[in-house]
Design a protein around this ligand. Structure first.
Ligand SMILES: [Zn+2]
Length: 498
């Protein structure tokens, strides 16, 4: 019987480790609790049979004794878990969370049992939390020196976002398989950012961040998300006609923190509500552009493609979707360059996609490169092509496009003109609550160093992207000083408090 129970626990464990990893949290918690309970039962059975064999208990009391052993075992387990989760140092927690989901669940249970208030003690030392000069609620500075952007003054703007597009699957980022000939050709004439990061691997945080130039879900958590001008607001003030071929459902619909933006279509004159296929999306954008016959009327147009988001048949189909969306982008760009050659064209994505690199699939659950590193191409007519290797946030597209198109008329109170080289690039994962978003993970990238902090589980991972681009080896235990330094911008950005 003990062997049977142990076998059952092992089956639960295998199911938890292999089926729909990172999805259906309740399913996995049930399995993990199942492992715990079944093992506890096995222990109780073992204890009772030992008592029986050694004649330690009278026959009639064995059922009572079994219940007592279970209760005692559970209580002792809970108390020791509580102690263990409090006592485990950050490196111990890091090892447990990265290498055993069952032990991780037990540690999480212990953390939840704690009666003391939660603190971000190890991850974000409170002493470093200082309120910085409104850095979070100002748009990110431009991607390049604005003095190099003068050729774009007065140009139209076309923003193309492609959902779920990993940078490393494109030819322009080194993929030898030719999936993206049209994007590669555009990149050859453009500013190409080799390491561009989304502020969140989740559409409903990333797309609003793009139009605001700021990390939307971080702002929402701080209650600072209201009242900022979007790129459409700013360009409308310069006389632009603004149209978005973007389903408004990609923004968190009806959520109180975005309601004011949603009610006014994020500042766009038109926001097209339904979700068509990618070819239909191109067609209606082309027919809209064809209807705009006056070249004197400046246009800001944003089109969002969803193709690579849906690929039920796996990674092969994902690649086909990239090939298909590249074809659509090619159609759109060919038309724009023929009819409105003075158009700034920006291409990026809201997040990447995981195909098991770190044990997960899809997106939204982690901050590894395959999920946060996205393409960023900016074509500005008359501006020489260049590749920029330093890490940048895609939120910087806001001020870059405004400064390129509106030039000196851009309001410096809204659009910052200078940024620091080597500024930290940050991203978060937020859990949506009824009124705001709570950050659960946060990352900072400075040059080749990347720190990912698990805020609820209270440990950080450090990766050296130069020697370990696949983020296989956590070097946090060997570089405690570096971890401490990188936590500072993270703390400032998140403005975490006890
Ligand atoms: Zn998305």
């Amino acid at each position: 019987m003990v062997a049977g129970l142990a076998g059952l626990a092992f089956v639960f464990y295998l199911m938890d480790q292999t089926i729909l990893v990172h999805f259906y949290g309740f399913f996995h918690v049930t399995l993990q609790v199942g492992v715990f309970v079944v093992l506890e039962c096995a222990l109780a059975v073992l204890a009772i049979s030992t008592c029986k064999a050694r004649q330690w208990l009278p026959t009639g009391r064995r059922d009572v004794a079994a219940v007592c052993v279970l209760i005692l075992g559970t209580t002792l387990g809970a108390v020791s878990l509580n102690h263990a989760s409090k006592a485990a140092s950050a490196p111990v927690r890091a090892v447990i969370y990265q290498h055993s989901t069952v032990a991780a669940t037990l540690l999480d249970m212990g953390r939840r049992l704690s009666l003391q208030p939660r603190r971000h003690n190890d991850v974000i030392p409170t002493a470093t939390v200082v309120r910085l000069h409104g850095a979070v609620d100002r748009p990110s500075p431009p991607l390049v020196d604005p003095r190099t952007l003068t050729a774009g003054f007065g140009a139209d703007i076309l923003i193309i976002t492609i959902d779920t597009l990993r940078a490393d699957h494109l030819g322009l980022y080194g993929n030898p398989t030719p999936l993206s000939p049209h994007l590669d050709a555009l990149a050859a004439e453009s500013l190409v950012f080799e390491r561009a990061y989304t502020p969140s691997p989740y559409t409903a945080c990333a797309l609003p961040s793009l139009v605001l130039g700021m990390p939307f879900c971080v702002l929402a958590r701080m209650g600072k998300s209201q009242g900022h001008p979007t790129i459409a607001d700013v360009m409308a003030r310069s006389g632009y006609n603004t149209t978005a071929f973007v389903r408004d459902g990609y923004f968190p619909p009806g959520h109180q923190t975005v309601k004011s933006y949603g009610d006014r279509k994020f500042g766009f004159d038109q926001l097209w509500g339904e979700r068509p296929t990618d070819p239909a999306q191109t067609d209606r954008t082309l027919s809209f552009l064809a209807s705009q016959t006056s070249l004197d009327q400046k246009l800001l147009t944003w089109i969002h493609y969803m193709g690579p988001h849906e690929y039920p048949a796996g990674i092969g189909q994902y690649r086909e979707k990239i090939r298909a969306v590249d074809h659509e982008v090619g159609r759109l760009i060919a038309h724009v360059r023929r009819t409105r050659p003075r158009t700034i064209i920006a291409v990026t994505s809201d997040h990447g996609e995981e195909f098991g690199e770190h044990g997960g699939t899809k997106h939204g659950h982690a901050l590894y490169e395959e999920l946060v590193r996205v393409p960023l191409i900016v074509y500005i007519p008359g501006t020489p092509a260049r590749r920029i290797a330093r890490p940048v946030p895609i939120t910087a597209l806001f001020s870059t496009l405004v400064l390129a198109a509106a030039g000196p008329s851009a309001d410096p109170r809204i659009v910052p003109q200078v940024g620091a080289e080597d500024a930290p690039v940050l991203a978060t994962i937020s859990r949506r609550t009824s009124s705001t978003f709570r950050q659960t993970q946060a990352m900072v990238v400075v040059r080749d160093q990347k720190l990912i902090c698990h805020l609820e589980r209270d440990y950080c991972q450090l990766f050296d992207l130069a020697s370990d681009p696949g983020e296989r080896t956590d070097v946090a235990p060997q570089h405690a000083d570096r971890v401490r330094q990188l936590r500072v911008p993270l703390a400032e950005w998140l403005q975490l408090e006890q």
